[in-house]
Design a protein around this ligand. Structure first.
Ligand code: ACO
Length: 362
């Protein structure tokens, strides 16, 4: 029995393939480098949703429809913002999403795609006592997310960087949150219910909750002045190095390279160049420490390491990194939910009972 379902194939999918030995990610027939930095997020969302909604429009119309959905979500949830902002920013987003209709139409899907992009900046602003900035339905999705956060039109470079990030994390095989989404979808529950399951799974530090701790780790290592020593101490104390290791990849996560290149392109903006140089030093030290400490396992850099740097450069605080991950992954979750539902098959595995047996009454 595989405790973590390692190597168990639990779904057939046309959506994405993770080649853990080759270090390749395929999304609906396209390699990651073909999409990242070239396709906009709404286009990739359309690629993922294609075939799962009869009324799915073309690329330009879908981008406009997502823009209108941002406005609708803002109008629906604005009255609840002060209540949601009392929670941490991830839980606030999840609670806001729970207030959306729980159907299975394209309109339901578009509201869900819009929701993390709208709620994350609104909640961050509410937490610091600033008024929410309303979405601009005609703006590019990533650029609008940054504008709602800062209150001003940010540089096109940052918007492009965020867009590349959203595309890079849009789907990734049967990861924990996608599996959780498919389990709930298999009961024929609504899309919102399925997405809430994915959001719950994404929150944990072994999955989408890792990039926030990456920033804490970089800061702690900088303060210590001894990267290798700090990292060795963590391993000795049984801690995991955040941003390293993966269940499927035995080589470098291809998404790490895409995101690192984006951070490099942002260059000197806001100290990003200095931060990148330091992160590269830490990465080399971590790979060496892990190679020596865990020789039986090839532990490489995963997507979360450079995610942390990119989202920091884009102006998001570490507490909101998992929100932004969800803003990208949500199109993949919806496509998987629909794909699972078309099979009509309830996901219901078995457990093996190893507890005490009742006394047999003579
Ligand atoms: N730091 C230190 N040791 C590690 C790490 C790490 N980051 N990753 C794996 N290991 C070690 C384990 O301690 C274990 O060692 P042991 O055999 O001596 O006990 C061995 O490698 C195998 O560990 P598993 O848990 O079986 O590896 P698995 O492939 O299931 O782990 C996981 C994958 C959970 C992502 C792990 O690598 C980890 O905890 N990484 C840190 C958190 C992180 O970066 N998460 C984001 C992942 S990417 C994503 O989900 C979007």
């Amino acid at each position: 029995m595989a405790n973590g379902l390692d190597d168990v194939v639990a779904a057939e999918t046309v959506l994405s393939d993770v080649d853990g030995l080759g270090g390749r990610l395929t999304i609906r027939g396209h390699s990651l480098p073909e999409l990242a930095g070239r396709w906009r997020y709404p286009q990739v969302a359309r690629l993922l949703l294609d075939g799962f909604f009869d009324d799915l429009p073309g690329d330009a119309e879908l981008a406009e429809a997502i823009g209108r959905a941002r406005v609708e979500v803002f109008q629906r949830l604005q009255p609840t913002l002060s209540t949601l902002a009392a929670l941490d920013v991830y839980s606030g987003m999840r609670a806001g999403i729970a207030l959306l209709p729980d159907g299975g139409t394209l309109a339901d899907a578009l509201r869900l795609i819009a929701a993390p992009a709208v709620l994350t900046p609104a909640l961050l602003r509410a937490k610091r006592g600033d008024k929410a900035v309303a979405p601009d339905k005609g703006a590019d999705h990533a650029a609008d997310m940054l504008r709602m956060l800062s209150g001003k039109a940010d540089s096109p470079d940052l918007a492009r960087a965020l867009d590349t990030y959203l595309v890079t994390v849009c789907d990734h095989g049967l990861n924990a949150s996608t599996f959780a989404t498919r389990v709930v979808a298999s009961t024929q529950a609504g899309l919102t219910s399925a997405i809430l399951a994915g959001l719950g799974a994404l929150k944990g530090p072994l999955h989408g909750g890792a990039p926030g701790p990456v920033i804490e780790m970089l800061d702690a290592i900088e303060a210590s002045g001894d990267a290798a020593g700090w990292l060795r101490d963590e391993i000795v104390h049984g801690e995991r190095i955040m941003g390293f290791g993966h269940r499927i990849y035995r080589v470098r996560d291809p998404r790490a390279d895409v995101l690192k290149a984006v951070v490099r392109q942002l260059g000197g903006k806001g100290g990003t160049g200095r931060r990148l140089a330091f992160a590269e030093e830490v990465e080399q030290a971590a790979l060496e420490v892990l190679r020596v400490a865990k020789p039986q396992r090839s532990i490489q850099t995963n997507v979360e390491f450079y995610t942390a740097l990119l989202l920091e450069a884009a102006g998001f605080p570490a507490e909101a990194f998992s929100n932004v991950f969800a803003a990208g992954r949500i199109a993949g979750w919806i496509a998987h939910a629909r794909e699972q539902q078309t099979t009509g098959r309830l996901i219901r595995p078995q457990s093996r009972y190893v507890g005490p047996v009742p006394d047999l009454v003579a």
